[in-house]
Design a protein. Structure first.
Lengths: 117, 110
């Protein structure tokens, strides 16, 4: 299957700082990528859909000014958690589809575990 | 009502057992269905797509029942390594919207 990378895999930061997470499709192009958050023992929650060359589409209840998404190329989307607080500590996962392959499957990055002190 | 519902389990089964999970979805217009496997503290990995005609891959069989709006996953001859959380994913309208079930936890014991 298609490969999606994510960086960093783990980050610990102080409250009030901003953290940028990168999501890359390594062997395919993706006009659309997805950002999820997962709290312990819960399912993935879609935060936003990242669209190459245009604004991201945010799910209800997700603050667009707090979770900045940039999808500047067909292989890279970034999520910036601004002014992070302890309640933002979570597992953030991105995914992408290989649109040229035609299937509907999503391929996930390995995730970023964010801990805000 | 949730878009996708799964029994959270856990299902505790001995090695070699056959186990089945179901997943119900609410939108009858749903187009695509998938089973993913997620290990603890890892990302989900695609296990298999679910086609209208069913899909089999080794010990794993997935079925779709459109009339009753559910998909199933059958695992035969369970291995210890099958222990994980199995996520049901449904794509209702187009490929840019996916709904995840909360996952079914499977524990395969020696």
């Amino acid at each position: 299957g298609a490969v999606v990378s994510q960086h960093p895999s783990r980050v610990i930061c102080k409250s009030g700082t901003s953290v940028k997470i990168e999501c890359r499709s390594l062997d395919f192009q993706a006009t659309t990528m997805f950002w999820y958050r997962q709290f312990p023992k819960q399912s993935l929650m879609l935060m936003a859909t990242s669209n190459e060359g245009s604004k991201a589409t945010y799910e209800q209840g997700v603050e667009k000014d707090k979770f900045l998404i940039n999808h500047a190329s067909l292989t890279l989307s970034t999520l910036t958690v601004t002014s992070a607080h302890p309640e933002d500590s979570s597992f953030y996962i991105c995914s992408a589809r290989d649109e040229l392959a035609g299937g509907g499957e999503q391929f996930f990055g390995p995730g970023t575990r964010l801990t805000v002190l | 009502r949730k878009e996708v519902e799964q029994d959270p389990g856990p299902f505790n089964v001995p090695e070699g057992a056959t186990v089945a999970f179901n997943c119900t979805y609410s939108n009858s217009a749903s187009q695509s269905f998938f089973w993913y496997r997620q290990d603890c503290r890892k990302e989900p990995k695609l296990l298999m797509s679910v086609y209208s005609s069913g899909n089999e891959d080794g010990r794993f069989t997935a079925q779709l029942n459109r009339a009753s709006q559910y998909i199933s996953l059958l695992i035969r001859d369970s291995k210890l390594s099958d222990s994980a959380t199995y996520l049901c994913v449904v794509n209702p309208y187009n490929f840019n919207k996916f709904y995840f079930g909360s996952g079914t936890k499977l524990n395969v014991k020696p």
